[in-house]
Write a protein that binds this ligand. Structure first.
Ligand code: SER
Length: 317
């Protein structure tokens, strides 16, 4: 029997590309996209789509029942910068949506869940370089707190109820299709757009702020690989550390400038600097490598090539 998938938050930065990939693998009709609104019209028109508020348990439950869903990817969340502006909304959405999905799986109809965690689970007391899988985790953002607590609940539901929930601590994700929204790592996407559109970029982080990052294709590959990995190989049921790139605003600027020599940058750090300063600069992902053969494909310059090529096309049309 083929699997039936529900993607919640399918119109977001990762959801958009994840849904497309899942439809390639499992067939369009076997992947139901859902979001609170229809902001990604391409996606909405390209296969089954339902309006679902991730905070609404009955809406998720009814959709799962109507479509015989057995696997859920829960991609809806309020990210770090927005979470600092709306702490209670971030807590409400990020936690309740997770509980809804975990409880459906506990009930037995849902067989597998993907739920993303983040480098935001770490905090200022965490070792910043090569941050280990198991380490001090005292997050100082609301977003980070929701992800840390969410990880604990995922592991709890696995241990206590046998819920097959799988998770990755995503670094900042860089892509050219849907824009990210409300994150601290968003600068690394904005910079490519402004390089093409304006030839200059005003960065909201300081030039030497190094953060873990990853190109979207690698993030999608990691997500699919983890979900396809044999259950017995998995040793982490909280969330896997995952690593690809680590760079500063100055380094990504230089990578772009090598192709667009006129490109210029200025720095004006805002409240997001404190968030970035509380996060690791590089991640040790040896457990993911060992358990499910994780390996990234894109380095900074390869990613810059693709980003500039695709965004040039986009802005031309
Ligand atoms: N990209 C996220 C953020 O900046 C981190 O997971 O909030």
């Amino acid at each position: 029997m083929s699997t039936k998938i529900l993607v919640i938050g399918a119109c977001g930065q990762i959801g958009t590309e994840l849904t497309t990939k899942l439809r390639e693998i499992h067939g369009t009709d076997n992947v139901i996209a859902s979001d609170i609104n229809t902001r990604q019209l391409n996606l909405v028109n390209s296969g089954p789509f339902e309006i679902i508020d991730a905070k609404n348990f009955n809406a998720i439950k009814d959709c799962c029942k109507n479509h015989n869903i057995d696997t859920i990817y829960l991609m809806a969340a309020l990210l770090s910068a927005t979470g600092e502006k709306y702490p209670m909304e971030a807590w409400d959405l990020n936690m309740n949506s997770l509980f809804h999905v975990l409880n459906l799986a506990k009930g037995g109809t849902i067989k597998k869940i993907f739920w993303p965690s983040s480098i935001a689970v770490f905090g200022p007391t965490t070792p910043r370089e090569n941050t280990p899988q198991h380490t001090i985790s005292e997050p100082t953002t609301v977003y980070g707190i929701t992800k840390q607590v969410g990880e604990r609940w995922c592991e709890y539901y696995y241990n206590k109820y046998g819920v097959d929930v799988r998770s990755i601590r995503y670094p900042g994700i860089i892509s050219y299709k849907a824009m990210p929204g409300g994150g601290t790592t968003d600068y690394a996407v904005e910079i490519y757009h402004d390089a093409i559109k304006k030839g200059r970029y005003k960065c909201f982080l300081s030039e030497n702020t190094s953060l873990p990052m990853m190109f979207m294709d690698d993030a999608i590959k990691a997500t699919i690989d983890l979900m396809q990995a044999p259950e017995d190989n998995l040793t982490i049921r909280s969330s896997y550390n995952l690593s690809a790139l680590s760079f500063t605003p100055q380094e990504i600027f230089e990578s772009i400038k090598a192709q667009l020599p006129e490109f210029s940058i200025t720095y004006k750090p805002d409240f997001r600097q404190a968030i970035a300063d509380s996060w690791p600069s590089s991640i040790d992902d040896s457990v993911a490598r060992k358990d499910w053969n994780w390996k990234y494909g894109y380095d900074l310059d390869t990613m810059t090539n693709v980003m500039l090529k695709e965004l040039k096309k986009k802005y031309k049309s």
